[in-house]
Design a protein around this ligand. Sequence first.
Ligand SMILES: *Cc1c(COP(=O)(O)O)cnc(C)c1O
Length: 300
Amino acid sequence: MPAPPGVAYINREFVPIENAKISVLDWGFLHSDATYDVVHVWKGRFFRLDAHIDRFLESAKRIHLSLPVGRTELERILAECTARSGHDDAYVEMILTRGVSSAFSRDPRDAVNQLICFAIPFGWILKPEQREEGLLVAISDIQRIPAESVDPRVKNYHWLDFVMGLYDAFERGAGSVILKDGSGNLTEGPGFNIFVVKDGRIATPDRGVLEGITRRTVLEIAGELDIRVEQRTVSAEDLLGADEAFATSTAGGVMPVTRVNGSSVADGKMGPITKQLIETYWAKHSDPSWSVGVSEVLSR
Ligand SMILES: *Cc1c(COP(=O)(O)O)cnc(C)c1O
């Protein structure tokens, strides 16, 4: 399959995405030793760029990686990839890998950290016809990698738990998966956070998850709309008995979850609170307090 058209920044150069290649000796490839972030551009504007950069820098610090460029330069690189790609709606990723260490040293401190960025067309987790219909998920018995082992607040590529969970879900007729923690509470899915709505109140897991920017956005929007929100443990029973459920991700925004383990969530249709959140979420994309034009970043 041809790569989606896009532009990457690698080895301090902007190149067509198909020419962006890393060494097989990069720790990022050999050991999933990397952190990353994804921000999207909608109608030519980055959405919550500051929040994504903050999280990326914080993630890097937590795992002893250092960025070869400063914040302003990073923002310019992301804007440049996007502008060169020509996409008005783009999925823009920044990756910092441990890099290659000389003479195949086993000491991570010997590796030269590598920054890679790219912009490709905006990608949805759900296909257009599924956006109204919603996500069909299964709750897997595969446990999420414990937070004590790999800090889930650092956006990472330790995805074998999710990928094995996906196979489990596909076998059960679902399209995606949610993993539980060691206490049996829900955590998250491959690239998305999860929310339940019951009696007009929203809840989302408070631990063992990546603190998603879309998750944070929903919590803030709910506050503006005077909807009660709670960050707490969320059980499988909470989800199975919810009035509404939805997932959040930069790749797709707020997405209804309409079936869990083969049963409908309530009547199996997108709920009113989910619908209101989706509308407000997209309306916020032109609000200058939460978005910035790609060309504006380039002219800074
Ligand atoms: C990226 C990601 C999310 C969603 O975070 P956003 O910032 O909203 O895109 C949730 N969970 C995991 C594991 C992720 O990698």
